[in-house]
Design a protein around this ligand. Structure first.
Ligand code: 13P
Ligand code: SF4
Length: 435
């Protein structure tokens, strides 16, 4: 099976030569066939950050979103073969001094150079397994690089090859709006613990959030979670608090709490643009989990109709979705879990099976190539990668690696100590939490 990027190139070429609709597949944006540097330039000209083409391109990027400056021309003009040779040469020259990490959602053309491939949590830990590496090149998105910086040694440089590789969901909760929410909640709940010593509310942030929000949780008795340990973390929080403020992903919060038996009526949503998040005091007092108004535009593309279609066309199909999908989708699927859960579920199938998967397309297609004995396809028929993951291209990887060979560190992600210290507390609480 060809890579997602090759497939997009083919689709756009076919669309350009025939308007007869002969192409079997379609992509959400033909602009994906171009280099992401076009968007670095467009942002520079427009003066406003954007996420680029792909799922989440319609989300509004906050003004504070980091922007990537211009990639030198030589990397934009280089052929795939030239970039391949240059990346391999730079990696060979650096040897153990540099480690390249690749998230499951990265394009194949980047993953092939990764020393470790995994989910956000595994990759943050992978950095710890290479204490001798001077540089950690994180092919993922901004919050992942920040987490690696917090957990790695101070003298290790964490590098994000394209600074514009953010996460639109992480950007939906910012420190000012969450602090404002917290102050309003304190006014409603007070700050005194109940008879069992449980404080009124515990903040829980998904790994997909800025270091500032992880620090916020660390300072207020809160904790971080990932999609693989969200239930354990909520249990930890309910032992210590009467309720939870969960941000930024409403879907992960709702799906996890619902599976733990929390009724939907006790999960109000907090809209940061409204007073009391759009709730009355009683609704907040009755709540168990207050859900921030955030979502992932990649996982929002999945719907129940797609699942019904897969079941009609492939009787016996196993539908597995990520818990960032809306509740109805998770309810209609056979199972839901993190990227690592999905990978393990497929690896565990002993008989040839048809799997319909609800997560990012690069990962799904890679699984399909890795397990040819199974039929594996993405529930979303449109090829639409995560727009921010897409901002990492081999050209940027070659650029930062060759700079390292010259002794230059480009695009270093550094979390200031006053943020990193409390953020580490919240991350360590997560690491210590046990089911
Ligand atoms: P993982 O934590 O499973 O790597 O997922 C990160 C992510 O961004 C999912 O959309
Ligand atoms: Fe963020 Fe969604 Fe992309 Fe994951 S898939 S990095 S949550 S925008």
């Amino acid at each position: 099976m060809s890579s997602v990027n090759t497939a997009i190139q083919l689709i756009t070429r076919e669309q350009a030569t025939t308007m007869a609709g002969g192409a079997a597949a379609s992509t959400c944006s033909p602009a994906l066939a171009r280099g992401p540097w076009d968007y670095d330039l467009a942002e520079a000209l427009a003066g406003v950050p954007a996420y680029g083409p792909g799922a989440s391109s319609a989300d509004a990027a906050p003004a504070s979103t980091p922007r990537q400056g211009q990639l030198p021309e030589e990397y934009k003009l280089a052929s795939d073969a030239e970039l391949d040779a240059r990346i391999r040469a730079a990696k060979a020259a650096l040897g153990d001094r540099a480690v390249v990490l690749g998230h499951f959602y990265q394009r194949d053309e980047v993953i092939e150079y990764a020393d470790f491939v995994g989910d956000s949590f595994q990759l943050a830990n992978a950095a710890l397994t290479r204490p001798d590496a001077e540089a950690i090149i994180f092919c993922g998105v901004h919050f992942m690089a920040e987490t690696a910086d917090i957990l790695s040694r101070p003298d290790q440089a964490v590098i994000l090859p394209n600074l514009a590789a953010g996460c639109s969901m992480a950007d939906m909760a910012d420190i000012d709006s969450v602090t404002e929410c917290w102050e309003q909640l304190e006014e409603v709940f007070g700050t005194e613990p109940d008879a069992e010593g449980r404080v009124p509310v515990i903040p829980v942030t998904y790994m997909n959030s800025s270091a500032a929000l992880k620090g916020f949780c660390g300072q207020r008795g809160g904790i971080v979670c990932t999609s693989s340990n969200a239930a354990t973390v909520l249990e930890w929080a309910f032992e210590r608090g009467q309720r939870v403020l969960f941000f930024p992903d409403q879907h992960l919060g709702r799906n996890t709490a619902k599976a733990m038996g929390v009724p939907l009526e006790q999960m109000p949503m907090w809209n940061p643009r409204k007073d009391l998040g759009g709730n009355d005091e009683q609704r907040l007092l009755d709540s168990r989990v207050i859900l921030w108004h955030g979502f992932c535009s990649v996982h929002k593309r999945f719907n129940v109709g797609q699942i019904e279609k897969a079941r009609a066309e492939f009787p016996g199909v196993q539908v597995i979705v990520h818990p960032e999908c809306p509740m109805e989708v998770v309810d209609a699927a056979d199972s839901a879990g993190s990227t690592d859960f999905i990978k393990k579920a497929i690896a565990a199938a002993t008989e040839p099976t048809t799997f319909a998967i609800g997560t990012e397309i690069n990962m799904v297609n890679r699984l399909a190539a890795e397990y040819p004995q199974h039929t594996i396809f993405c529930l979303d028929p449109v090829i639409c990668p995560c727009s921010t993951m897409y901002r990492i291209h081999p050209g940027y990887l070659a650029w930062v690696l060759e700079a390292l060979v010259r002794g230059e560190v480009i695009n270093r992600i550094t979390v200031q100590e006053d943020v990193a210290a409390p953020a580490k507390v919240a991350l360590e609480r997560m690491l210590a939490a046990r089911p």
